[in-house]
Write a new protein. Structure first.
Length: 301
């Protein structure tokens, strides 16, 4: 009656299992990914025709965690689960960013991806599991998707990189200024290689990284968020970095000419495959006592 398919591999210290063919068969593609005892169901549906006059790619990604996944029931004043949390919103973006550029050019049919956490063992973070489930569901859905993609979280412990640290380990690492690393690598199944590198070192600032390594230069970071600016300033103060200035402005209308000795714009994904070369180029641009503005942008559509 059911055409069930189940595949498992050993991934680090846990077993990753992908299964399909039994649940949500009316969706174009459904995959349940399980790592340890954390399970995420990804459902993919897409329109078979493009809407008349559609001039953009309407891809929607939803990621949702419910209390029942951890065996809990909402209590207290709020009895219901309301809008998505910040973690759910950021995870949805984490899934969206690597898969969006992998659809064939010109495809503008509506695509909906729903990732639901079915169970959470409080050890394995479901965000990377959801990314893999979404990729697998897209691959079997029949949509013109040039995937799949693979993703993993990398931590840094005692000078060594650790694959898929546990939730508690990541909490301790984020609170340790000497080992603060939250790196999510996502790779496409095509020769072009890596599509997205999401780096969270504290708040993940290249500006702070440059300022710490080149104390003779004045580094300026531009943020369009007051909250982010305050977070950058707090992080710089905690690390004793005094040569970093943070400006609140709309980067789309910020005019750096005339305020800096050198202004350079780079496309970030062009340099991801040769990060050392980018750092070498930045070093050659910097001059002691000078003011340098680096604009990092991406061409993801």
């Amino acid at each position: 009656m059911f055409n069930e398919v189940k595949k498992s591999i050993q991934w680090g210290e846990e077993t990753l299992t992908l299964e399909t063919g039994k649940i949500a068969r009316q969706a174009d593609g459904t995959v349940i990914a399980t790592l340890g005892e954390t399970s995420v169901m990804a459902n993919v549906t897409f329109a078979k025709e493009q809407k008349p006059g559609q001039d953009f790619f309407p891809l929607t990604v939803h990621y949702q965690e419910k209390y029942y996944a951890a065996g809990k029931v909402p209590g207290g004043f709020f009895k219901r689960e309301a809008r998505p949390t910040e973690k759910e919103t950021l995870t949805a973006r984490l899934i969206d960013r690597p898969i969006r550029p992998l659809f064939v050019d010109g495809f503008k049919n509506e695509v909906l991806i729903m990732c639901t956490v079915l169970s959470h063992d409080l050890v394995n973070d479901p965000d990377v599991v959801a990314m893999i489930a979404a990729s697998a569901a897209l691959t079997i859905s029949g949509a013109p998707f040039m995937g799949p993609i693979a993703g993993a979280r990398v931590g840094f412990v005692d000078g060594n990189y650790v694959l898929n640290p546990s939730v508690d380990d990541m909490t301790r690492l984020r609170n340790n200024p000497e080992q603060r690393l939250d790196l999510v690598c996502q790779r496409a199944g095509i020769e072009d290689g890596m599509t997205v590198l999401d780096l969270g070192c504290g708040w993940g600032s290249m500006s702070l990284w440059i300022a710490e390594r080149y104390p003779g230069c004045r580094v300026t970071a531009v943020s369009n968020s007051r909250t982010q600016r305050e977070a950058i300033e707090a992080e710089a103060a905690a690390r004793g970095t005094s040569n970093l200035e943070v400006i609140t402005a709309d980067i789309g209308h910020f005019e750096p000419e005339g305020r800096f000795d050198r202004v350079v714009s780079i496309e970030m994904f062009e340099h991801l495959r040769n990060w050392r070369e980018l750092m070498r180029r930045i070093s050659s641009w910097l001059e002691p006592g000078g003011r340098f503005f680096l604009h990092v942008f991406s061409n993801i559509r």
